[in-house]
Design a protein around this ligand. Structure first.
Ligand SMILES: NC(=O)c1ccc[n+]([C@@H]2O[C@H](COP(=O)([O-])OP(=O)(O)OC[C@H]3O[C@@H](n4cnc5c(N)ncnc54)[C@H](O)[C@@H]3O)[C@@H](O)[C@H]2O)c1
Length: 322
């Protein structure tokens, strides 16, 4: 199989899982936000091959591949810090990268799995969010480069299913966390973990009563693999995430407690278009994939905090990205 975005947080865990399942994996990545270090386990596997390439450019490297059975498109900056820094590259990888994925799927007959996001729901007016909800997205706001390019990719992939008859599925991923997240990627869990480990106050944007649901990485990967391999209808769109909903202030308290530090917070202004509530409806994943998350937030955070504690040079990485 071909895995675009293999060196990223999710991509590298997906590579490890598929290799362990006996698949052959060709990982493609331009290392824009990912790292070769994430592929340390995969690199030692005889069935793994890495190609450094930008998937927004024509896929000339694809000529040298054995015919893949699956193309998983996970290449895209995913954190507001990353896509805020590279909005045009983010739009390119979700538009042109997805189009190239469709083209390879058409040419080879491979199944395509596109990694979309709960951001397609924007600041939702319907709660929780089922796959049938169309979203409430600002098309010209600061997050639009990400939200709207994912929406474009979803439209392109589903149009290709109808027009070309390819086999494609879309996974709408809700906030996922765990080892290999970058300490400085600006997402709330790395921010809180790093601040707690340094004994600094946790920065809460707005009043902290906005909610999120957080899915541990192993649960997410299980859902993704099931969707990739399921006898599902082409064009299926499935939410994968954890429906347990927490306020940001609750999350801060749990992380401080696990880190063994008193909870100290400072308040900062809410970024524009920050969604007030996010929680997936996972009825479809339950019925189609017999999937639901198993890891409770506290258990996943213990493992994640351990990773951040051990992440060598984490503070240097953070300093270099601010
Ligand atoms: N992590 C989450 O909570 C989350 C939530 C919703 C959706 N997603 C989606 O899952 C996918 C992976 O997210 P992640 O958290 O692992 O992010 P990440 O930044 O850790 O990984 C993305 C990978 O894609 C690579 N990449 C980016 N542009 C590329 C290009 N033009 N060509 C080749 N490689 C490129 C990066 O170098 C990186 O290795 C993304 O599509 C993202 O939108 C993630």
């Amino acid at each position: 199989m071909v895995l675009c975005g293999a060196a990223g947080f999710l991509g590298s865990h997906l590579a490890d899982r598929l290799l362990a399942d006996g698949d052959r994996v060709t990982g493609i990545d331009n290392l824009a936000t990912g790292s070769r270090a994430n592929l340390a386990t995969a690199d030692n596997h005889p069935h793994f091959r890495f190609i450094e390439a930008d998937v927004s450019l024509p896929w000339t490297w694809a000529r040298d591949l054995d015919t893949p059975d699956l193309i998983a498109h996970f290449a895209s900056p995913a954190s507001p810090v990353d896509y805020g820094r590279e909005p045009l590259a983010t739009m390119a990888v979700n538009a042109l990268g997805a189009m190239h994925g469709v083209e390879l799927a058409r040419a080879t007959g491979a199944r395509l799995l596109f990694a979309s996001t709960s951001e397609v729901y924007g600041d939702p007016l319907e709660h929780p969010q089922p796959e049938t909800y169309w979203g409430n997205v600002n098309p010209t706001g600061e997050r639009a480069c990400y939200d709207e390019s994912k929406r474009y990719a979803e439209a392109y992939v589903t149009s290709a299913v109808r027009k070309l008859g390819i086999d494609a599925r879309i996974v709408r991923i809700f906030n996922t966390y765990g080892p290999r997240m970058q300490p400085g990627d600006g997402r709330v869990i790395p921010n809180f973990c790093m601040a707690a480990l340094r004994g600094e106050p946790l920065v809460i944007y707005g009043d902290g009563r906005q909610t999120r649901s957080f899915c541990y990485i192993t649960d997410l990967i299980e859902g993704v693999v099931r969707l990739a391999k399921a006898q599902a209808r082409s064009g299926s769109v499935v939410n994968i995430g954890n429906p347990d909903e927490f306020t940001i202030i609750d999350l801060a308290a749990i992380i401080a407690q696990i880190a063994g530090v008193p909870l100290k917070v400072v308040k900062a202004e809410l970024p524009p278009d920050d969604p007030a509530r996010r929680r997936p409806t996972i009825d479809l994943a339950r019925s189609l994939l017999d999937w639901e998350p198993k890891v409770a937030l506290r258990d996943g955070l213990v493992l994640t905090l351990e990773y951040f504690r051990g992440a060598a040079g984490a503070s240097d990485v953070l300093a270099s990205r601010i």
